[in-house]
Design a protein around this ligand. Structure first.
Ligand code: OOB
Length: 563
């Protein structure tokens, strides 16, 4: 059995094979290719534990054999939620080796997300960490309490695997919830050959439809995206990569991420969280050379860097992606962190764009890079589906050797987001520079319609972020009886910052009046999604209770100065 997915048309697949993009190798090749002396090199550092390539290979073989001994078959699915620990990668390779197709949930997903994924894939295996807050083992010691209702009936305790405390022998850290040990001899190996054209695992869609969508990724397409990322980023065995964002995220996993570092023979340093208190000492101790961050965390690093005693001099490149990086913040990277910046604009659905390390400073600071593959096809279209003139903003459509052809079991949605030629609509509003770099200007779902006038939230945020008193700003629609919608800015700002000053500044930058936020709400923090992006949906909910101009009667607390 294999997991169903929308394939590339046969002639397209043949072309990708002929060009050497799809090699027929399994995704586990990123580790398997390191034989001989290279097998002694350090693949993963996790706390005090060190795993050589030989260890990762042997431990994932043993786990895979144990899964087969439990009766798991190729084409079975698994729901996995693990923290940023070496076990995440080792278990991932084990599942790939026996053809079990996982959804790797983010560690900060709750029972809601896990149930939604479980309903879609009907897992035959669930893997959770005992340390996770959701996993309070019930007195009977069977299923984790808060997940019982969801998962009971889907998997029994004989198919629930729990990760315990860290141990050298990773296999020993896992135990079945039915109390049985994992049966795997030290030299056990899985008995299965992988069809590289089939689904390796599911990536998670950022989503905008309410139901989290799953993205089938094949061995062929994903391995190509990893190999090409390694080429574009120039990774080699000397790379020491800090895995600080959630390990399953497409950025952290494959752009070039941990899989790219493995492919290059480098070392992945696991960090439990991306904050400077955790990461700066790890950078100093392990001489980390590469790190991947989302923009809000980059800002935290930039603020913390001048005051740290940790030696950050080994850092060569900090990659930033997942959300729009404001040029004003980007400019500070070389001076504050003493390293280069690479912008990464990617999506779990496929297409990944990089600024190149030898790009000119303007490009690195102001653009989100260009597609990594010569066979990435990108269209920037107006609402009528016509290509926009060069430099103008339009909706980004993409297809190519590692961009998927359909969400899992989502025919209706697929019909909306794919065109007849197989191009996928990302929902991003982008423009292209004369030399082919993309600039993300917003998202069509992230727009404010102010009485017919459209406000690109990102555009206003970027300008606002250039004000010296502003740390971060997020602008969302708030309902208004007259205009339909008005704009509301949630702002992290220096104490005593006045709305009038911010308005004056925005006007001074030449911004159209209708784009000036109708309301300012000063906040200490902005809510974040599971991967650390600003959570606009939560802000939209909050904005509903912010009085609009017309409903407003007394002194608006929201218009007070920043506390
Ligand atoms: C990455 O993947 P996802 O699937 O979590 O989110 C994709 C969406 C994009 O469509 C875009 O709206 C936004 O996140 N995005 C960016 C961005 N990178 C992603 N928007 C502006 N600037 C950027 N640099 O987020 C992802 C996947 C692979 C590599 C990097 C990021």
């Amino acid at each position: 059995m294999s997991v169903a997915f929308t394939p590339w048309p046969a002639e397209v697949a043949a072309r990708y094979r002929a060009k050497g993009y799809w090699t027929g190798d399994p995704l586990t090749d990123v580790v398997e290719r390191h034989q001989g002396a290279a097998a002694e090199a350090t693949a993963i550092l996790c706390g005090e534990r060190r795993f050589r390539y030989a260890d990762v290979q042997r431990l994932s073989d043993r786990l895979a054999a144990a899964f087969q001994a439990r009766g798991l078959l190729p084409g079975d699915t698994a729901l996995v939620q693990l923290p940023n620990r070496a076990e995440f990668h080792i278990l991932f390779f084990a599942l790939l080796k026996c053809g079990v197709v996982p959804v790797n949930a983010l560690n900060n997903h709750g029972a809601f997300e896990l149930s939604a994924y479980a309903r879609q894939i009907e897992p035959r295996l669930v893997v959770l960490a005992r340390s996770h807050p959701l996993v309070a083992i019930d007195p009977a010691g069977s299923l984790p309490g808060s997940l019982t209702a969801t998962l009971a009936g889907m998997v029994g305790p004989d198919r629930l695997l729990l990760l315990g405390d860290p141990v050298e022998d990773v296999v020993g850290a896992f135990a079945w919830a039915d109390g049985q040990a994992l049966s795997a001899a030290p030299d056990a190996r899985p008995d299965h050959s992988v069809d590289a054209s089939g689904v390796a695992f599911f990536q998670l869609s950022g989503g905008s439809t309410g139901t989290p969508k799953l993205i089938p990724r094949t061995h062929d397409d994903y391995l190509y995206s990893v190999r090409r990322s390694v080429e574009v980023c120039g990774l080699d065995a000397g790379c020491r990569f800090l895995c600080a964002l959630p390990a399953p995220h497409n950025f952290t996993l494959s752009s070039p991420g941990a899989l790219g570092v493995f492919h290059a023979g480098g070392t992945v340093v696991m960090a439990g969280d991306p904050g400077p208190a955790t990461c700066f000492p790890l950078i100093a101790r392990h001489r980390v050379t590469w790190a991947a961050l989302v923009p809000p965390m980059l800002s935290v690093w930039l603020d913390a860097a001048p005051g740290t005693t940790a030696d950050l001099s080994s850092l060569e490149v900090v990659q930033v992606g997942g959300a729009k990086l404001s040029p004003a913040v980007a400019e500070r990277v070389p001076e504050r962190l003493g390293c280069r910046l690479q912008q990464v604009f990617g999506m779990a659905e496929g297409l990944v764009n990089y600024t190149r390390l030898d790009d000119d400073p303007w490009t690195v600071v102001n653009t989100q890079g260009r597609p990594m593959s010569p066979d990435d096809e990108v269209r920037i279209l107006d609402p009528a589906g016509r290509p926009v003139p060069q430099g103008a903003v339009g909706e980004l459509w993409a297809r190519g050797p590692y961009t998927f052809r359909g969400y899992y079991k989502a025919d209706q949605h697929n019909a909306r987001v794919f065109d007849a030629e197989g191009f996928y609509c990302s929902g991003d509003l982008v423009s292209m520079t004369a030399d082919g770099n993309l600039i993300v200007c917003g998202r069509n779902k992230d727009q404010i319609n102010r009485g017919g006038e459209k406000i690109d939230a990102q555009e206003v945020e970027d300008v606002l972020a250039a004000h010296p008193a502003v740390g971060h700003a997020a602008i969302v629609a708030m309902p208004d009886p007259l205009m339909g919608e008005r704009s509301c800015a949630f702002v992290i700002a220096a104490p005593d910052t006045r709305p009038s000053e911010l308005r004056r500044f925005l006007r001074g930058q030449g911004l159209a009046d209708f784009k000036l936020p109708d309301r300012f709400v000063f906040v200490a923090d902005l809510p974040k999604t599971a991967v650390g992006k600003i959570d606009k949906q939560t802000l939209r909910e909050r904005a509903k209770s912010v009085p609009s101009q017309h409903a407003h009667t007394g002194t608006a607390q929201t218009e007070a100065t920043a506390p």
